[in-house]
Design a protein around this ligand. Structure first.
Ligand code: SF4
Length: 417
């Protein structure tokens, strides 16, 4: 099979295999990815048009060293400056960009670095995103934690000292319904000061319910803002509907969430255009909701179970660093998260320049924090991982390393009164 993403499994039935192949090869068999499904809320918003107009007209080849120098001299980074900083012309200026980014980071965040951990509570998924280990056609061990198992995992994590948790599920409304997620949030509230969610996009009323249960913020990865490419990578399920996903953060804010987080998965499409769109998505939404806390991250593709060929093709560490510095210079107040997809060396370096938040003690599997934290062999009743991580440092190791780098690890910066 030529496409690096596609994997067949001997465990699929003949019918399932036929449907899978048809989805992969016959675009007319696939649903229109720009059309909402009946249960999806439509909101009035001009943010999508603003972002897409800028992205579609972005020709990064026209920017020169003069534009980059001008951008670096400006006190305030304009959209034109951001475009120059993300262009190939800015690559020779990486050192200057890093110095400017470092000044902005230290002006707004001092020498702090925020630590959190993700907790996957289920890995069922009804979508077919061809690059993801949880996709419904990938043969992995599926699992959903029950209330006691969730509590146990949270106890183990909380004992390590962690105060912020990010709850994740695969995107399956039938296996992980809103009530199930809400109960997990209520439990998390007992153990942690800050609770984030990275689950399927939902309607405003569902976000309002989850906020009432205790969720503080919502993360949604758009994956790519290139709608044509998106169509070829998300072949089935609710996630296929691109505009519904785009407006998820705005619905979350309307539902009362305190914060929202954004990201493109760099390496899926043209990373310069995706980086521009991600930054502008934050920028325009922040202007509309000035009270909201906004952050963005910069994940790159990773290998998955049954496919170790998946790589972020044209996004090396230099390019990633360029994107992060450009984000910081353009959005000086925004949080920037760098996940365990990146190496320890890269994360140690970038937290001193542009990033403000790192994960620690990470497992992308289901129910294996106890074995992970105790160093024991993995138990049998765990669910498989979403992707391979690169930096497996524990909370203690990360805390120590960040302190040794001269940074002040922060576990929580918000108090409810
Ligand atoms: S990326 Fe998300 S929605 Fe897509 S298959 Fe993976 S878990 Fe499911």
């Amino acid at each position: 099979m030529e496409n690096q993403f596609l994997v067949d499994s001997e465990y699929l039935s003949k019918e399932a295999l036929e449907k899978k192949h048809r989805l992969e090869t016959d675009p007319s068999f696939r649903r229109n990815h720009m059309e909402y499904l009946p249960d999806m809320e439509i909101i009035e918003s001009d943010v999508m048009d603003q972002v897409m107009t800028e992205m579609q007209s972005y020709d990064y080849s026209k920017y020169t060293a003069v534009d980059v120098r001008r951008a670096l001299q400006h006190e305030r980074c304009t959209i034109e400056d951001l475009k120059a900083l993300l262009s190939p012309a800015a690559e020779p200026f990486l050192e200057m960009m890093a110095q400017k980014a470092r000044r902005e980071t230290s002006k707004h965040f001092g020498n702090t670095v925020y630590l959190f951990t993700p907790l996957y509570i289920a890995n069922y998924c009804e979508n077919y995103c061809v690059y993801c280990g949880f996709n419904c056609y990938n043969h992995i061990h599926r699992m959903k934690l029950n209330r006691e198992q969730i509590r146990h995992e949270m106890e183990v994590i909380a004992k390590s000292g962690m105060e912020e948790i990010l709850l994740l599920t695969g995107e399956s409304k039938s296996k992980s319904d809103v009530k199930y997620i809400g109960e997990a949030v209520k439990l998390a509230r007992k153990y942690f000061r800050m609770v984030g969610l990275e689950v399927y996009p939902m309607n405003t009323e569902d976000y309002a319910y989850l906020h009432k249960c205790g969720a503080d913020y919502v993360t949604v990865f758009q994956e790519t803002y290139d709608t044509e490419k998106y169509e070829t990578l998300h072949l089935m399920g609710h996630k296929r509907v691109w505009p519904y996903r785009f407006h998820a953060q705005e619905r979350a804010l309307r539902g009362g969430m305190r914060g929202v987080a954004f990201s493109a998965l760099l390496g899926l499409s043209d990373f310069r255009k995706d980086a521009l769109a991600t930054a502008l998505h934050v920028y325009y939404l922040q202007r509309k909701y000035p009270q909201a806390e906004m952050s963005l991250s910069c994940p790159r593709l990773r290998p998955i179970i049954n496919n170790d060929q998946i790589k972020p093709l044209d996004v090396g560490e230099r390019q990633l660093c360029q994107v992060l510095c450009a984000y910081r210079i353009f959005l000086p107040y925004a949080g920037i998260t760098v996940s365990s997809r990146e190496s320890a060396d890269f994360r140690n370096g970038i937290v001193k320049i542009a990033a403000t938040k790192v994960s620690a003690g990470v497992s992308t599997g289901i129910g294996d924090h106890e074995s992970k934290y105790s160093g024991e062999k993995k138990k049998k009743d765990t669910g498989d991982e979403q992707f391979e991580i690169e930096d497996a440092r524990s909370f203690d190791a990360m805390y120590k390393d960040m302190s040794q780098e001269g940074l002040q690890p922060v576990l929580n910066d918000y108090l409810y009164v």
